[in-house]
Design a protein around this ligand. Structure first.
Ligand code: HEC
Length: 407
């Protein structure tokens, strides 16, 4: 029962996480676009906000922006913060649910570093917290007045973090922790800076004072970072389902390339929406980076090298691994007979060129490493073999289940 509940828990958490993320990114893109389309009006001078007319869902909207604040502030204000908090909270629980609760499958790879689960937890959580503190201090330092310098340092910092995570965690976990670090910075910006600053401005206005423009300015810098982080973060989150992106010793380079791609694409749209023209070169840069990423993954991941007929690189760790497990002969015979024609480094099954999902089931060691996945995919559910193409019998499924249950 536990594996079924765990799968469902993971599905439900992921579902909520994606919906919350869509709401957050959607509203953030909406406000970026709105900001860029504001036109000055007689009552709002240029540089102090503006007005935009929009049409949506059968009605017309007249939206006005006041910078720093209007002369009159109504009691009720719509705040946009829960999209961000909900995204972070569900993402955090999903990380715990998968990577920390099942740390021997997803987080700890003895071939990289044989960590105790508690130590891995401290490193992972400590890494996220430290990343936020370093970033926050950077923005608050004197350098914070130089957005370009901050941008470059943040870029280098994220790539270094990706590299460091790779030195301690499984390849897949290293990737997701890099994404989680960036996402934590984004939510931290909303929670610790943008919303509190906005509250201070509102409080000043209610007290009849002129709000300090400093609050608006720092919030703007942080929300600019969030804007440029959006695309790379989503890339890191979804690419963790694609071993081609992370199961390479150069995963941190793929992270760097995704940062560049995301940044230039956001820049293109920001410039265009602000009426500063089409910066078509952005797409060229993005295309070159994506081609580079494909080339790196093709030549340095086990999947890529097998597909290209290249000899394997030594010591490239697969993402899924765990402590040594005993594989009884009957289990070995079943998996070798029903699964390894597809799940091998050189699959024999027609039409399959690389081990699906990077799951190798061709040696006792590989079978042992993937025990939990085998039990879920072929014992507890009938997901594997696909359409039961290799005719795995119910008795054999029972043998796999019993193995999983430790009998
Ligand atoms: C005909 C080829 C084939 C055979 C035989 C086969 N698989 Fe698979 N397997 C696949 C494909 C294709 C995928 C990827 C499915 C997807 O992407 O949704 C996959 C995915 C998997 C995964 C990864 C699931 C995930 O999402 O993490 C596991 C684990 C797995 N198979 C185990 C097995 C086991 C155990 C057997 C034998 C009982 C088996 N497979 C037999 C083709 C095969």
């Amino acid at each position: 029962m536990e594996p079924i509940l765990h799968e469902w828990g993971s599905l439900l958490l992921r579902w909520t996480h994606i919906i919350a993320g869509m709401a957050w990114i959607g509203s953030s893109f909406y406000f970026m676009h709105l900001d860029a389309s504001l036109k000055a009006t007689p009552d709002i001078p240029a540089g102090k906000g503006g007005e935009a007319w929009e049409v949506h869902g059968g009605g017309f909207y007249q939206v006005k922006k006041y910078l720093v604040a209007p002369s009159f502030l109504p009691e009720e204000l719509g705040w946009h913060k829960w999209q961000s908090y909900a995204t972070w909270l569900t993402g955090f629980f999903l990380l715990i649910w998968l990577y920390y609760y099942k740390s021997s499958i997803y987080l700890i790879d003895p071939a990289v570093m044989n960590l105790k689960p508690f130590v891995a937890f401290v490193i992972g959580m400590g890494g996220l917290a430290l990343g936020w503190i370093a970033y926050d201090q950077l923005c608050r330092s004197r350098l914070g007045n130089n957005p370009m310098a901050v941008g470059v340092i943040v870029f280098v910092g994220v790539v270094v973090a990706a590299y460091l995570f790779q030195q301690v965690f499984s390849a897949r976990a290293a990737f997701i922790h890099t994404g989680a670090l960036m996402a934590t910075i984004m939510s931290g910006n909303v929670f610790f800076v943008i919303i509190p600053n906005q509250h201070k401005v509102v409080a000043a206005l209610k007290a009849g004072q002129v709000p300090d423009p400093y609050y608006g300015k720092t919030a703007k810098l942080r929300s600019g970072h969030n804007n440029y982080f959006t695309l790379p973060v989503v890339f890191l989150m979804i690419s963790n389902h694609y071993p081609l992106t992370y199961s390479t010793p150069y995963a941190y380079v793929i992270v760097a390339l995704s940062l560049v791609v995301g940044t230039v694409i956001r820049y293109y749209y920001n410039e265009r929406h602000a009426g500063r023209g089409d910066k078509a070169w952005c797409w060229l840069v993005a295309a070159v980076c994506i081609i580079l990423a494909i080339a790196i993954s093709a030549t340095t991941t086990p999947m890529g090298r097998t597909a290209l007929g290249l000899p394997p690189l030594v010591s490239v760790a697969y993402a899924r691994s765990g402590p040594p497990v005993e594989v009884p002969d009957d289990v070995q015979n079943i998996v070798m007979g029903r699964c390894s024609m597809c799940h091998a480094s050189e699959p024999l099954y027609e039409g399959i060129v690389i081990a699906p999902r990077g799951v190798l089931l061709d040696t006792p060691e590989h079978i042992a490493r993937n025990r939990d996945l085998i039990v879920v995919q072929a014992g507890l559910t009938h997901a594997m073999p696909p359409n039961n193409i290799t005719e795995l019998s119910q008795e054999d499924r029972e043998v796999l289940k019993a193995w999983g249950a430790g009998k």
